[in-house]
Design a protein around this ligand. Structure first.
Ligand SMILES: Cc1cc2nc3c(=O)[nH]c(=O)nc-3n(C[C@H](O)[C@H](O)[C@H](O)COP(=O)(O)OP(=O)(O)OC[C@H]3O[C@@H](n4cnc5c(N)ncnc54)[C@H](O)[C@@H]3O)c2cc1C
Length: 453
């Protein structure tokens, strides 16, 4: 059955009161049911999804069919969130069967990909065709739709999060209708960083630019005093800059400076604000194998192979870990950094590494960088969830004077009432999500506790 026929059948069935017959269907007859032995967990293994069934559609029509026939459901990307955001009291719809690069429009300078494509699935091909995206996260293993839904970001004072590349998206709504939203659509700023609350995104069109090369230079042992005195200069030293620290000894262990070779080619020298150029490739977490990291030592390479810290095909970061991340206005960066440094005694014992990055402001209602240039303080934790969850309120309290916003896909404890004060458009977001999803098909414990309250 093609889509037109399906939608026609659907509307006739609804008009004829046959919905009950649909919902009474055995789930086994629906497309893409995945038989999974054992519990279904997220990437880090710290969260076991409660959703009973997992479906893996391979066409948009199958997504529509599942949408009409199932009750509660949620899209599931590459499972890289650390909390219950992708869970559902009903079913999960994996987008891993929708993973292709669909088209490149050289005139509009856009690329259209299916929602379940991971950046690493198509970035090399895009480069081969002469194009690039503006930025990537620390890893290319995540799906485009999953990353955009949570406001996932890389670094760079001029770089918005990954969702800022979205030019339009296709969304299957709860009634199975497929709609396209572009930048002119009034709902676009709500739906792009949509926390899975509006429907299942099936494809996204992203802005692209001519491809570029990046060189990555690492400096070791930057004194924290240099960060305090020269934060803006250091974070502007490249197209994308990351500071890694364990908060001890007034020291930033690694400064990763990623520079576009078409813009920034001068040698930086062996010393930078008191830090020294690394003499070999580094992993952000001391002692872990550098096989997994993107190439460094100033060797130029394509954007997709330098902007992420980690390479496709390898385990990114540590694997056995947890993560939290907190966004504050960039103008408060130094105060926020010092506030965390003052907690080093509590933070360090649970920490694998922290990372400090910058993100340019955007206009997506639920983006942590909504209308404010931001600095993000990230924590890669040891997998000691109870202890981490016990510590988070103190960190959130220390950053509260800066109206801190958490990364939606990582661990945090801030409740909906507090978040509402920090997201001026949250009430509008909730109202719009209810308009799209009046029956609450996409509601889950996460949305109920963190957003709707
Ligand atoms: C090792 C590691 C490194 C990371 N590095 C970074 C980083 O550098 N920067 C950063 O910001 N974050 C980072 N993250 C966090 C990560 O980018 C986010 O958690 C992101 O959301 C993961 O995407 P996913 O495809 O795994 O989404 P999932 O966890 O599968 O889903 C996340 C949310 O998106 C929704 N969703 C997914 N697909 C769709 C769809 N098609 N339609 C509608 N909703 C959808 C889900 O329902 C859910 O609500 C990292 C995570 C890990 C594990």
């Amino acid at each position: 059955m093609n889509r037109k026929e399906f939608m026609k059948t659907t509307s006739m069935a609804v008009a004829g009161g046959l919905v009950v017959a649909f919902t009474a269907c055995s789930p086994q007859v629906l497309p893409g049911l995945v038989e999974e032995p054992g519990a279904r967990k997220n990437w880090a293994g710290n969260y076991t999804y409660h959703a009973e069934q997992l479906y893996r559609p391979e066409t948009v029509e199958e997504v529509q069919e599942l949408m009409v026939e199932l009750g509660s459901l949620k899209a599931l990307g590459s499972r890289h969130c650390f909390n219950n955001i992708a869970d559902s009291p009903g079913s999960q719809i994996s987008t891993s069967g929708l993973n292709k690069l669909l088209s490149v429009d050289e005139e509009a300078m856009t690329v259209t990909v299916q929602a379940g494509a991971r950046y690493g699935d198509f970035a090399e091909e895009l480069h081969g065709r002469g194009y690039a995206l503006h930025n990537l996260a620390s890893l290319p293993h995540i799906t485009v739709a999953g990353a955009c839904a949570t406001g996932t970001h890389g670094s760079g004072v001029e770089n918005g999060n990954l969702a800022t590349a979205v030019v339009s998206l296709d969304l299957v709504k709860p009634d199975g209708e497929l709609v396209t939203l572009d930048r002119e659509h009034p709902d676009f700023p709500a739906v792009v960083v949509g926390l899975g609350a509006f429907g299942i995104v099936t494809q996204l069109t992203l802005a692209m630019q001519p491809t570029f090369d990046v060189r990555q230079d690492i400096y070791n042992n930057l004194p924290l005093t240099s960060v305090v005195d020269h934060f803006d200069t250091i974070m502007s030293a490249g197209y994308s800059v990351s500071l890694f620290t364990n908060w001890l000894d007034g020291n930033v262990s690694e400064v990763w400076i990623k520079r576009r070779t078409d813009e920034e080619v001068e040698e930086m020298g062996g010393e930078y604000y008191g830090s020294l150029a690394a003499t070999e490739n580094m992993h952000p977490i001391a002692g872990l194998s550098t096989d997994a990291v993107s190439d460094q030592m100033g060797r130029p390479g394509p954007w997709y192979d330098r902007l992420p810290h980690f390479k496709m095909g390898f385990t990114p970061s540590a694997g056995e870990e947890l993560q939290s991340e907190f966004f504050v206005p960039r103008e408060n960066a130094v105060e926020a950094i010092l506030a965390i440094e003052a907690m080093a005694g509590e933070v360090n014992p649970l920490l694998l590494i922290s990372e400090i990055r910058t993100i340019a402001a955007d206009d997506f209602w639920m983006s942590p960088a909504y209308q404010r240039d931001s600095v993000a303080l990230h924590f890669t934790w040891k997998q000691q969830e109870e202890e981490v969850l016990a510590l988070l309120p103190a960190i959130e309290e220390a950053l509260a004077p800066f109206a801190v916003r958490p990364h939606w896909g990582k661990l945090f404890t801030i409740n909906a009432a507090t978040l509402r004060q920090r997201y001026p458009k949250m009430n509008d977001f909730v109202a719009l999500a209810k308009r799209y999803d009046p029956e609450g098909k996409f509601r889950n414990t996460y949305l109920d506790n963190r957003v709707v309250q």
